[in-house]
Design a protein around this ligand. Structure first.
Ligand SMILES: Cc1ncc(COP(=O)(O)O)c(C=O)c1O
Length: 365
């Protein structure tokens, strides 16, 4: 049996350090927004190459608070994609803004920048690209469009810790980069967590207030209407240990991806793109095939877990019918939802397990 995801094989290699970090927090007398959070914010921001980091309760909250910090809200449209799952869209709606979807490119399944100009109108306030699967969206065309239109840019990096364009990490191109530490992510907590990075000290200060009822440091008076979206000390301490291993874990992911790529090269399966000058963080290894359903069944029969990211684009979901999209509006996203299949990829996944997945797929493809 090869599970689709398991955090335990990777964590086993740092078990003693994690136990020590948890014990340190338990004995410290400080459980929420304390020195571990402050240290993690500094260390993660430095790792990404950003000036400021603000820890929050989840990746979804990171996006919502980023939009609120940029004063994107009711009456405003935020341009994003419909094939990246519900959280990004839920975050836009939680900020009071309206999502406006553009389609994705057929090969990479990332926001198609050539469609942006036509989607911009006088209510557009923000571009929200998603670095989906760990593959970086080319940011230059977005930034070139955002500047003359006065649009904010928020990057959804929930799946992309470690993804780079040239030598720059995703999250450092827009106004604010938003990360998730949900347990399945490239950097996963033992529960929920999220973080915003920014180069702008004033935005960082606004984010700090927004995550804690609008309070400034040292006083309990709300200067703005905030939320409760705090990161706790236990998660921050665990994340600090894992951050120390993140580069090695990312290399392991890339090694697994290379093994899949070599092993599946002779099949008809469409393999993930990795254009030159980009570094895919391989949160997910997503193949595409018109025979997705049979392939997934064949893997299951062989005792191999897999997943679909995502089985339905958000514009087709009941909850978002009010946005007024119809079938056929986003043809590439719609078609992709029947074709994508995510294979197991995580630190500690043995090469022999990867070979088993390759063999099962090769037999079925
Ligand atoms: C693309 C994307 N955006 C946002 C999120 C939200 O992160 P969280 O689950 O930490 O709220 C996730 C993860 O679920 C995600 O995959």
């Amino acid at each position: 049996m090869i599970p689709y995801f398991d955090y335990r094989p990777g964590d086993r290699t740092i078990e003693a350090e994690i136990e020590a970090a948890m014990g340190r927090v338990r004995r410290s007398g400080r459980l929420v927004l304390g020195p571990e959070v402050e240290a993690f914010e500094r260390e993660f921001a430095a790792w990404v190459g950003a000036a400021h980091g603000v820890g929050v309760a989840s990746g979804t909250d990171a996006l919502t608070l980023a939009l609120r910090a940029l004063e994107v809200g009711p009456g405003d449209e935020v341009i994003t994609v419909a094939n990246a799952g519900v959280p990004t869209v839920a975050a836009i709606c939680a900020a009071g803004a309206t999502p406006r979807f553009v389609d994705v490119d057929a090969e990479g399944l990332l926001l198609d920048a050539s469609l942006l100009e036509a989607a911009v109108n006088d209510r557009t306030r923000c571009l929200l690209p998603v670095h989906l699967y760990g593959r970086p969206v080319a940011m230059e065309p977005l930034l070139e469009l955002a500047a003359p239109h006065g649009l904010a840019v928020v990057e959804d990096c929930a799946q992309a810790h470690g993804a780079r364009l040239g030598d720059r990490h995703v999250g450092t191109f827009g106004d604010i980069g938003c990360f998730s530490f949900y347990p399945t992510k490239n950097l996963g907590a033992y529960g929920d967590g999220g973080l915003c990075v920014t180069a702008d000290a004033a935005l960082a200060e606004r984010l700090r207030r927004l995550r804690f009822y609008g309070f400034g440091s040292g006083d309990r008076r709300a200067s703005i209407e905030g939320a409760n979206s705090r990161l706790d000390e236990m998660q921050a301490a665990i994340l600090r240990v894992k951050l120390g291993r993140l580069d090695a874990f990312l290399e392991e992911r890339r090694g697994i991806a290379a093994r899949y790529r070599a092993g599946l090269a002779a099949t008809a399966l469409q393999l993930p793109l990795e254009p030159p000058q980009t570094r895919h963080a391989f949160h997910l290894f997503v193949i595409q095939s018109d025979r997705r359903h049979e392939l997934q069944a064949a893997l299951e029969a062989a005792g191999i877990g897999s997943a679909v990211h995502y089985p339905e684009p958000v514009h087709r979901m009941e909850a978002y019918a009010r946005l007024g999209y119809r079938d056929g509006d986003l043809p590439v996203s719609e078609r992709a939802s029947d074709r994508v299949l995510s294979l197991p990829i995580y630190p500690g996944l043995a090469p022999s397990a990867v070979d088993e997945v390759i063999a099962a797929l090769s037999a079925a493809a």
